[in-house]
Write a protein that binds this ligand. Structure first.
Ligand SMILES: Nc1nc2c(ncn2[C@@H]2O[C@H](COP(=O)(O)OP(=O)(O)OP(=O)(O)O)[C@@H](O)[C@H]2O)c(=O)[nH]1
Ligand SMILES: [Mg+2]
Ligand SMILES: [Zn+2]
Length: 278
């Protein structure tokens, strides 16, 4: 039988098949061959013995969160508690771009900001819209339902940003656990602990544990550069320009002319420094 892994708790892999869930173990050979199944994997399994026999080829695989076969990612971005961070937003976007997964920016907690604060952030968000990203607010449920239809999406983002809360709103039957955000720290307390793939309003969604930091260290400088999509609109003197100290760099000129958001460029430079591949 063919199914899809929807949850993993220690050595039990919950495989969904024809609206049933089968808790399965893996064939012994998996461990020997260092094959580690992840949520999202399509597998061949023996429903009577409850054994996963084979992992089918993956469309993609992510390390953080550990999931596979995703088609799009909702970057759940809180405006307060935890505070809005352009750096983190860019990091999530770049991670998705490198992995060729469509990012959708989903804003939460806009109700916690006053009008002035909101206007300031909306000016930034307008830039992201201009360079082609989809932006939704977590109260636009119908719009979100339209976006998740017939797709496998992952909800990712900082801990406490409101991933599980949004999933519960989309699918009240789920009753996922959500957590209070500590006012003192402005951080969540990692309420969601395991990745879970759920059927939700004609789409499949993965709720994932949030994180408080994210590293681009394993990606090369070239991957990071090419993931800043608007940079590709500019032709520099050198086709392999990294837009740092090169002469006649159109990207740097565009930053000075305010055609490229300064924070995007600054984040780009800081991400390059994170890369292990100098
Ligand atoms: N005011 C306000 N609070 C929200 C909103 N969305 C979520 N929250 C609250 O934020 C807190 C954290 O929400 P969760 O859904 O648990 O966050 P999470 O992203 O799933 O967190 P982890 O599972 O730790 O990664 C809860 O107390 C929610 O009620 C929002 O739009 N506005
Ligand atoms: Mg959660
Ligand atoms: Zn350049």
């Amino acid at each position: 039988m063919q199914g899809q892994i929807v949850k993993i708790i220690s050595d039990l892999h919950y495989v969904s098949c024809n609206n049933m869930i089968y808790p399965c173990k893996c064939r012994g050979i998996f461990r020997k061959e260092h094959i580690t199944p992840v949520v999202g994997d399509y597998v061949l399994f023996n429903k009577d013995k409850k054994i996963i026999e084979k992992i089918l080829p993956r469309k993609n695989i992510f390390q953080r969160p550990k999931v596979s076969n995703i088609e799009q990612a909702f970057i759940i971005t809180s405006l307060k508690l935890p505070d809005f961070s352009l750096n983190l937003l860019d990091k999530f976007i770049i991670l998705m771009e490198i992995n060729k997964v469509k990012p959708i920016i989903c804003i939460t907690k806009s109700d916690l900001l006053d009008k002035n604060e909101l206007e300031k952030i909306n000016r930034y968000l307008a830039y992201y819209r201009k360079i082609g990203y989809t932006i939704v607010y977590n109260y636009e449920l119908d719009k979100i339902k339209g976006l998740i239809k017939n797709k496998i999406s992952v909800f990712t983002g900082q801990t406490g940003a409101g991933k599980s809360t949004l999933l519960n709103k989309l699918c009240p039957d789920l009753e996922l656990e959500t957590g209070e955000v500590s006012l003192a720290l402005g951080r969540g307390k990692h309420t969601t602990r395991v990745v879970q793939l759920v059927n939700c309003d004609s789409g499949k969604i993965m709720d994932t544990p949030g994180f408080s930091s994210l590293s681009l260290q394993s990606y090369s400088r070239m991957q990071i550069r090419d993931a800043f999509r608007e940079f590709n609109n500019y032709l520099c003197k050198y086709s392999d320009c990294f837009h740092i100290n090169e002469e006649e760099c159109s990207v740097k000129k565009a930053v000075i002319a305010n055609n490229i958001l300064k924070s995007r460029y600054d984040n780009y430079l800081s991400f390059l420094r994170e890369s292990d591949n100098k």
